[in-house]
Design a protein around this ligand. Structure first.
Ligand code: THU
Length: 129
C-alpha cells in the first residue's frame, strides 16, 4: 500500500483546526488511513477539569469504530503549526491496540513503524497468557 503522506498530513492539519484546546492552547490533529481504505481523523478536546481532556488519538480511535472498523495502516499527527508530532507514550499504546502489522507513523525523524516507536508493547494477546 503506497501511502500519500501529503494527503494524510493535510487531513491531520484539517482536524487540528477543529481542536478544542483553550487550556493548553496546544491544538493537535491526528489522521489515519485504515486497512479498508478509509481516512479518519480526530482532534484533542480539553476539559475545565484538566485531567479529563481527550487526546487527538482517542478521538481518532472513536471515529475508527464510529465509521466502520478495520485497522490503522498509516498515521500522522499535526501540532498547532501544522508540524508533525510524535504521539506520546500513552497515545502510542492507544494506537497499537488498533494497528495493522507494520503500521507506519510520520514522526519528527521520518517514517517509522509502530514497533519502532513502541517496542515490547502490551497488547490484547498478553491478556490471554
Ligand atoms: N495531545 C494530544 O492530543 N496528542 C498527543 O500526542 C500529544 C498531546 C494533547 C493533549 C492536550 O490537550 C494537549 O495536547 C497538550 O498536552
Amino acid at each position: 500500500m503506497e501511502i500519500d503522506w501529503v494527503e494524510l498530513t493535510a487531513a491531520a492539519k484539517a482536524a487540528m483546526a477543529k481542536a478544542y484546546a483553550p487550556y493548553s492552547k496546544f491544538p493537535v490533529g491526528a489522521a489515519a488511513f485504515t486497512t479498508d481504505g478509509r481516512t479518519i481523523s480526530g482532534a484533542n478536546v480539553e476539559n475545565a477539569s484538566y485531567g479529563l481532556g481527550l487526546c487527538a488519538e482517542c478521538s481518532l480511535v472513536s471515529e475508527l469504530f464510529r465509521t466502520g472498523c478495520g485497522k490503522l495502516a498509516a498515521f500522522a499527527c499535526a501540532d498547532g503549526n501544522g508540524e508533525p508530532l510524535l504521539p506520546r507514550g500513552r497515545c502510542r499504546e492507544i494506537l497499537y491496540e488498533h494497528s495493522a502489522e507494520g503500521m507506519l507513523l510520520q514522526t519528527t525523524a521520518g517514517i517509522k513503524t509502530i514497533q519502532e516507536v513502541l517496542p515490547e508493547a502490551f497488547g490484547p494477546e498478553d491478556l490471554s497468557r
